[in-house]
Design a protein around this ligand. Structure first.
Ligand SMILES: NC(=O)c1ccc[n+]([C@@H]2O[C@H](COP(=O)([O-])OP(=O)(O)OC[C@H]3O[C@@H](n4cnc5c(N)ncnc54)[C@H](O)[C@@H]3O)[C@@H](O)[C@H]2O)c1
Length: 337
């Protein structure tokens, strides 16, 4: 039985990934600090759902607690580690930048040390489309520059990419970094636009539509995203014989078993169309409060997902209207509203 250690299993994406792997008959150990960045009861509920499987065990502790992390990884003796726990969120990084350094930089370092010690078959870690920062050349490809992060959140994720590369090189640790593009779906995060909009519309409150609706996001449905992660787990990078052996468009490092892979829908959706889809799913009209773009926000994201396709044969394709309907159905059922 394949043993997988996943950090962030009480979180949105970690919960969905763990569920998928358990359904496939793998043994999963989840590690999560249950931080209070958003409603802890939603996190507890996700863990309760996972604990219904006999193949799921969990540790509640912080990544910064090296002793707790090491003993959890030792007990699991994983074949694969998927590191998703992080201080997420672009806007909160302006308020509490230190939380990002601690969770994302120090926490990720501790996970890398554990992966090295256990000589795992593959270490996979979450980065973000935010690392493309001020780049305007779209769709974003992994081989293009991403040196202009606009927030400390993006900067810490870029740092984890560089840290991951160094360990892949030094210790021959096969490492894949994902760049996720605006993930949404059932069990989604209360700090993200979809959740906030649905919550406000149902209560008759206005919604804040940034940049007067002239925002574009490559919305990626969570079920598609975790399927992409699952397939990449079997596509561990191998250090190339020479730089010439690297295929066109592959982000594989010339000196390490390391690559960066976008997971996005390859379609960019205007914020106003996204709100239209929410209104249609709810059968209600939103009061739109059109405001300026927020500091640190980028006006658009759009993924080139051809590397994911060439590595796995798979591309996310859920239409945003279908995905939004699924989220709204979950939200109404979960909260009874
Ligand atoms: N959701 C998105 O749109 C998106 C986009 C790009 C990248 N990502 C990345 O994907 C990963 C998962 O995101 P998510 O949306 O599931 O977020 P989430 O906040 O729902 O999940 C993260 C989990 O990590 C835990 N955590 C945070 N700091 C911790 C620490 N120091 N020690 C232990 N546990 C800690 C939290 O309790 C939470 O349950 C993150 O790395 C995030 O940066 C997400």
């Amino acid at each position: 039985m394949t043993r997988v250690f996943i950090t962030g299993t009480a979180g949105f994406i970690g919960y969905h990934l763990a569920q998928l792997l358990l359904d496939e008959g793998m043994a999963v150990h989840g590690f999560d600090g249950m931080t209070d960045y958003y409603d802890v009861s939603l996190k507890a509920r996700r863990h309760q759902m996972l604990l219904q499987s006999p193949n799921f065990t969990a540790t509640e502790a912080m990544l910064e607690d090296v002793a707790a992390l090491d003993s959890a990884v030792d007990a699991c003796a994983p074949d694969i580690i998927v590191h998703l726990a992080a201080q997420a969120g672009v806007r909160y990084s302006l308020e509490n930048p230190r939380a990002y350094i601690e969770a994302n930089v120090v926490g990720t370092f501790n996970v890398m040390e554990a992966a090295k010690r256990h000589e795992v078959r593959h270490l996979l870690m979450a980065s973000t489309s935010s690392v493309y920062g001020a780049e305007t050349d779209m769709p974003y490809a992994e081989t293009q520059k991403a040196d202009t992060p606009m927030t400390i959140y993006a900067a810490t994720k870029k740092a984890t990419e560089a840290m991951g590369h160094s360990y892949a090189h030094l210790w021959n640790l096969p490492t894949t970094m994902f760049r996720f593009f605006t993930v949404y779906g059932p069990w989604g995060r209360p700090d993200m636009a979809l959740y906030k909009f649905v919550d406000a519309i149902l209560e008759g409150r206005p919604i804040d539509v940034y940049n007067h609706g002239e925002m574009y996001r490559d919305f990626t449905y969570v079920t598609d995203l975790v399927r992409g992660i699952r397939l990449l787990m079997d596509a561990a990078p191998v250090r190339p014989q020479s730089p010439e052996a690297i295929a066109e468009g592959d982000s594989l490092s010339p000196v390490a078993p390391y690559r960066v892979v976008n997971i996005g829908n390859s379609r960019t959706v205007r914020l106003t169309d996204f709100v239209d889809a929410i209104e249609a799913a709810l059968g209600m009209t939103a009061e739109r409060n059109l405001i300026e773009i927020q500091k640190g926000d980028v006006p658009a994201t759009w993924a080139d997902a051809s590397l994911l396709r060439s590595l796995t044969g798979y591309s996310p394709d859920t239409d945003v209207r279908d995905g939004v309907r699924q989220f709204v159905a979950w939200f109404r059922d979960y909260y009874g509203r």
